[in-house]
Ligand binder design. Structure first.
Ligand code: PLP
Length: 383
């Protein structure tokens, strides 16, 4: 249809003008930290495979064995016949790691967030979301039909102010934040948030996609500062430090049981391939066997920030804010010319005027490469 193509072409032209058009590049992983792109081998500082477990022999073998035992796909939703026996083992392991009663695995982190939030709150309720929260948290909050309010990034006083003024006119209230912010690498003030939520009878939910496996001895951001913080809804993903695919929620038994009857992506979407579930279990085994592994990404990120003259990393994610989209793309190209893959992140993923390089540090990044990259960023980009 002509009007359809004209519409798409006009949209693309607009995005191009703003330097916001995106495209897919074939990127073959050729080892724990290497990527092959356009015939070149690049050292990637853009993967969330923080412990490089997606490439670990035991994790790969577990996935292959699961395919042999159960086949390539789940065949149906978990509630029909897709609930293969590996789920139970994974959910028990996740719950134990997170100190929760029980857990529920979803098809992905994105699907978890758009399932969990609408299963808990609706029209008469309130959702407070951190201004820098991930797109899938916003999607879940909006889909819920609840009143959605934004609090300033990591601003506990603002959360208190909003709850003081709005809590009593809503039936239930949910406060959602990220344990580690995916584009900024900073951490949420979970202890005071938990207290404020408790005081106002609001439910605290953390998305710990980037905390699991790399903070708090691998248990995540609620365990990173000594005594565990009470977070009744601990959501996360299997696709980053665990090197697999899928999402999860750790919570009490009634909450998890409710998910099985109310979370639409769990009910109406096919269960994960057995290989993904088996790989996540094997990744948790590696972490349990080698607890020192979980410290390496943050140690490497801190080495980088010290050498590059940037504020000390709080997590394995380090942003280098550039500003304009075109300048961020140029900086990414410069690094690619030097053999590094560091993808530019542009609005609307990040706020206007804050296009950036987002670097992620992994267990197997060689120290010499980190030193060279820090020098390039210090001398040629972050001036
Ligand atoms: C904070 C956060 N939440 C959720 C997700 C989505 O997780 P998944 O990739 O498993 O869908 C991501 C991934 O980009 C993320 O960064």
């Amino acid at each position: 249809m002509r009007s359809l193509d004209e519409f798409a072409a006009a949209k693309l032209r607009d995005l191009e003008t703003l330097d916001r058009r995106r495209s897919l590049s074939d990127s073959a992983r050729t080892g724990p930290v290497w990527i092959e792109r356009d015939g070149r081998r690049l050292l990637s500082f853009s993967c969330n495979d923080y412990l490089n477990l997606s490439q670990h022999p035991a994790v790969r073998e577990a996935a292959i064995a699961a395919i042999r035992d159960y086949g390539a796909g789940a065949g149906a939703s978990r509630l029909v016949t897709g609930n293969h026996p590996l789920y139970r083992a994974l959910e028990e392991r996740l719950a134990r790691l997170k100190g929760a009663e029980t857990a529920c695995v979803f098809g992905s982190g994105y699907l978890a967030n758009i399932g969990i939030i609408p299963a808990l709150v609706g029209r008469e309720d309130l959702v407070l979301v951190d201004a820098l929260a991930h797109a899938c948290i916003w999607a879940g909050a909006r889909m819920s039909g609840a009143e959605v309010m934004t609090f300033r990034h990591n601003d506990v006083d603002h959360v208190a102010e909003l709850l003081d003024s709005a809590r009593r006119t809503h039936r239930y209230a949910l406060v959602v934040t990220e344990g580690v912010f995916s584009m900024d690498g900073d951490r949420a003030p979970l202890q005071p948030l938990s207290q404020i939520a408790e005081t106002h009878d609001a439910w605290l939910m953390t998305d710990d996609a980037h905390g699991l496996g790399v903070l708090g001895n691998g248990r995540g951001s609620s365990f990173a500062d000594g005594a565990p913080v009470a977070v009744p809804l601990q959501m996360g993903t299997l696709s980053k430090a665990l090197g697999s695919y899928g999402g999860y929620l750790c919570a009490t038994t009634p909450v998890i049981e409710l998910m099985k009857s109310r979370a639409r992506p769990l009910i109406y979407s096919t269960g994960l391939p057995p290989a993904s579930v088996a790989a996540a279990i094997a990744a948790l085994d590696v972490i349990a066997r080698e607890p020192g592994l979980t410290e390496l990404p943050l140690t490497k990120a801190r080495r980088f920030t010290a050498l590059a003259g940037l504020p000390e990393a709080q997590s394995p994610i380090v942003p280098v804010i550039i500003g304009e989209e075109s300048a961020a793309l140029e900086a990414s190209r410069l690094l690619e010319g030097e053999g590094f893959l560091v993808t530019a992140i542009r609005p609307p993923t990040v706020p206007d005027g804050t296009a950036r390089l987002r670097l992620t540090f992994c267990a197997q990044h060689p120290d010499e490469a980190i030193e060279r990259l820090a020098g390039l960023i210090r001398d040629r980009i972050a001036r």
